[in-house]
Structures are given as structure tokens and as C-alpha cells.
Design a protein. Structure first.
Length: 250
């Protein structure tokens, strides 16, 4: 592991790492085949963990959590003395695809649908020539337990991947990625909408919105029906959790 020991933000252990540090860490785990699950934690993850003790226990168990959401990264950064700690999942995904070419890292994509995965494979081949896609699988709709069924895991295992990318939405993807890591002993990364962003099936926020910490607003405007709870009651609950944490530290 190349990142510093985790710190707790809102009751969830977060690894204080920059994007480069997180990518270095992932490549080491992928080479070691040590069954590490990498997760990308935003405010919604922390809110859900505050509501659900089992999910919080999963996040605080094996594996590593990086600060994907900007408010989470800002909280880590304040505790880290101003050092950048934002590890945006889609950016991490592309960096590992890029830098993993030298070591011949074998990638497996698990999630989304067949059309998205086909577009994703095409984009990766064009943008990162030489990147090895060992396999891809769009699973049937089901619970986290159903998506860890032996017949599905066997299809992943036979491809001999070094890292399995899981894009199924929060919190399902975190549960599935942790399960795959444990049962197959392979590095996994739960990267949310990264498949759609890289494949071009969902719009990415303009760079100026990402730099000004407004990516959340772009995503909310793009998918209000799916994300309304995350960006309304979720924000209120996040602020409540942060207020509670400030009181405790004070």
C-alpha cells in the first residue's frame, strides 16, 4: 500500500490520497492479486452508511475508500493540511487504463449493459491502444447477492483479470466489488458511472464545473429523477453528519 493510513470522515474510513497516489496503489494491488477492493466514496455513500450499519461495516472492513465526492475530499484535505485528496472515480478509471498498459494489466468490466460495454471497449481501444480488456459482462438485473452468484463469478475468473471494474450504482456496486475481491482474490474497483462517461452514453460535466465543484449540479440536472434524493435530503443529512462530527471534535 502506497497511501497513508485512513482517517475517519462521517464514520467512514477514507484513505487520504491524491489521484496519482491512488493509481500507484491500485497498480500495486493489481500486480499482487491480493483481493483488495477499491471504493470511491461520496457524500451519498457516507449518508447511506450512517443510515445502514451493515453498509458502514462493509466500508470500514477490508479494502480502501478514496474521496470521490468533492465535499468528502475537502473534509479530508482540511485534516491533511491542505494536500489534494480528490480521487474522482472516472478519472481514476482512465488513469489506471492508461498507466496499466506498461505492466500489461488485464481489465474486466462488470456492469452496465451490453451496448454500453461494447462502446466502452471501442473507446478504450482508441484512446488507450494496448490496454488489455480481458473480458466484459453485463449482468442481469438482480440483488447484490444474485450478482455474486457462482456462475457469474466463474465467467469473471476464467478471464484471469488483474483488476475487475464494477459499475452498478451505489451501494450495490460496493457490495458486489467487495464480494468479487474476497471470492476471487482479485483487485476490484467500484467506479459508478465511469463506464457511461468514458463510453459516451452519459454526458460529463464541463471541466469548468468540475474545477468549481459544481459537477454535482450538472449530474442532478442531467438525471433529476434518479438523483433527486441524493442531492436534496442527502445533502441535508451530510451537513447534519458533518455538524455532529464537528461537535464531537470540538
Amino acid at each position: 500500500m502506497t497511501v497513508a493510513p485512513s482517517m475517519t470522515i462521517g464514520g467512514v474510513a477514507i484513505a487520504p490520497a491524491s489521484l496519482d497516489e491512488a493509481v500507484d496503489d491500485a497498480l500495486l494491488h493489481a500486480e499482487a492479486h491480493d483481493g483488495t477492493c477499491l471504493r470511491f466514496t461520496n457524500t451519498w455513500c457516507i449518508v447511506l452508511a450512517d443510515r445502514d450499519p451493515e453498509y458502514k461495516a462493509l466500508l470500514n472492513g477490508s479494502g480502501e475508500n478514496f474521496a470521490d465526492g468533492r465535499p468528502v475530499a475537502d473534509a479530508v484535505q482540511r485534516r491533511r493540511g491542505g494536500r489534494d485528496s480528490h480521487v474522482r472515480g472516472p478519472s481514476f478509471f482512465e488513469e489506471v487504463l492508461d498507466r496499466g498498459r506498461v505492466a500489461g494489466v488485464r481489465h474486466f468490466f462488470y456492469g452496465a449493459d451490453d451496448e454500453t460495454l461494447a462502446k466502452l471497449a471501442t473507446v478504450v481501444a482508441e484512446r488507450y491502444p494496448g490496454a488489455i480488456i480481458a473480458g466484459r459482462l453485463a449482468p442481469p438485473f438482480g440483488t447484490a447477492d444474485e450478482l455474486c452468484a457462482p456462475e457469474l463469478l466463474a465467467r469473471i475468473e476464467v478471464a484471469s483479470p488483474d483488476i475487475v471494474w464494477v459499475g452498478l450504482g451505489t451501494p450495490k456496486q460496493d457490495i458486489v466489488a467487495t464480494c468479487v475481491a474476497k471470492k476471487l482474490g482479485v483487485t476490484t474497483a467500484a467506479v459508478g458511472a465511469a463506464f457511461d462517461f468514458v463510453a459516451g452514453t452519459k454526458a460529463v460535466a464541463p471541466l469548468w464545473m468540475r474545477r468549481t465543484k459544481l459537477e454535482w449540479l450538472f449530474r442532478f440536472a442531467s438525471e433529476p429523477k434518479r438523483l433527486w434524493q441524493r442531492y436534496t435530503t442527502g445533502i441535508i443529512d451530510w451537513e447534519r453528519i458533518m455538524w455532529r462530527e464537528r461537535r464531537r471534535h470540538a
